[in-house]
Structures are given as C-alpha cells and as structure tokens.
Design a protein around this ligand. Structure first.
Ligand code: FMN
Length: 192
C-alpha cells in the first residue's frame, strides 16, 4: 500500500481480540515513531509498552484517582464507573502509552514537543494499519493524571499524548467520510 492509501484506509478500531501482536510488530511500530519530525532534534518521545498485568495495575491507579474525584458517595453508578475505569486498559492486549517530555531548554517549546509526539503517534497508527493490526488513539482522564505519570516514571510536567490501544481487529472497518478539504482550505496567491 502507498502511504496515501494507508492514510485513507486507516480507521480507529476499538474492539480487538485477545491475541497479542508480536514483539517484532510492536518494535516496528516504535521504530516508525522515532522517525517523526521534531524541532531541534530533541526526540521528545517516551514509550511504555503495557501488556499482561501491567494494564490492570495501571487500571488500579486510574480507578483510585477516579474514586478521589467522585468523593465519598458509593452507589451502583459510582461502582460501575470505577469498574469501567479499572478495566479500561484491558480492552486491548497491548497499550502503548506515548509521552512527550517537558522541554527544559528555552528554545524548545513544550507545544512543539507535544506536536512532535503527535506526529510520532500517527506514524505508529499508520504502521499498525500497514501490518493489518487494530489501533486506537485514546486519552481520557488517565492521560492527565499525575498518579498515572508517576506510576510510569514520568515527571508531573511531562505530557501523556496517547494511549495507543493495539491488537487484532474483532470488528470490520467502517468507511470514513471526512469533510472535503475544499471546505477547510484557503488558497492565497495561487495563480493558475
Ligand atoms: C489526542 C486524541 C485523543 C483521543 N482520545 C480518544 C478517547 O479518549 N476516546 C475515543 O474514543 N477516541 C479518542 N480519540 C479519537 C479516535 O482515536 C479517532 O481518531 C476518532 O474517533 C476518529 O476515527 P478515525 O481515527 O477512524 O478516523 C482521540 C484522538 C486524538 C487525536
């Protein structure tokens, strides 16, 4: 597939089987990420491969943070929410947490590090697509949770840009019909 075809055929797939992608497939995805453009060549990305019980362990951190946000009241609704949070990361056999390091150089803008990591995430999604894997970029409260960052060994000022859920698809891909680029584009100084 050409890059253009891969871009167009990629869809987020949230439902996956329990089959785990191989280590070499994951490594290919990570390698693709490291070829993303980044300003000042700071390579601001950090990757965490979460598999097996690591997903439930991080789920426990996320659920405990949610419990604090929900406060003292416990009822069927809060129990269901906590249960959902606890099990979120089990929706795929592997989750790749992708973070952007906070810049400590005055000439390196934090927003540009985040942008570079977003480009790296897109490289990952396209590589997963090329290999016939299912992938889905998610964030949610966990991405902004200091306890989650601490568990991963990140600094509070680092940014979790994505939880890339990765596996094999268990549902068919739907077509995407984006707004045509004509509606989003202004051509300036272009003479035919
Ligand atoms: C920064 C970012 C965060 C996202 N977080 C979530 C999320 O938490 N949950 C979710 O269902 N989709 C999330 N998405 C959107 C999906 O991954 C997906 O891109 C969107 O549904 C469009 O579908 P498509 O990728 O198949 O075109 C996020 C996308 C981005 C770029």
């Amino acid at each position: 597939m050409s890059v253009f075809e891969t871009i167009k055929s990629r869809r987020s797939i949230g439902k996956m089987t329990e089959r785990r992608p191989t280590r070499s497939q994951i490594e290919r995805i990570l390698e693709a990420a490291t070829h993303a453009p980044n300003h000042h060549k700071v390579e601001p990305w950090k990757f965490f491969v979460l598999a097996g019980r690591a997903r439930a362990e991080l789920g426990t951190i996320m659920a405990s943070s949610l419990a604090k946000r929900l406060g003292a009241a416990t009822n069927d609704k809060t129990r269901a929410l906590l249960n959902k949070e606890q099990n979120k990361l089990l929706r795929s056999p592997v989750v790749l947490a992708v973070a952007a390091e906070q810049s400590h150089q005055p000439n390196v803008l934090s927003i540009e590090n985040i942008e570079a990591v977003a480009a790296a995430v897109q490289n990952m999604l396209l590589t997963a697509e090329e290999m016939g894997l299912a992938a889905m970029w998610r964030t949610g409260d966990g991405a902004y949770d200091p306890q989650v960052k601490q568990w991963l060994g990140l600094a509070p000022e680092d940014h979790i840009v994505a939880f890339v859920y990765l596996g094999f698809p268990s549902i068919p891909k739907l077509e995407r019909h984006p707004t045509p680029y004509e509606e989003k584009t202004t051509w300036l100084g272009w003479e035919e």
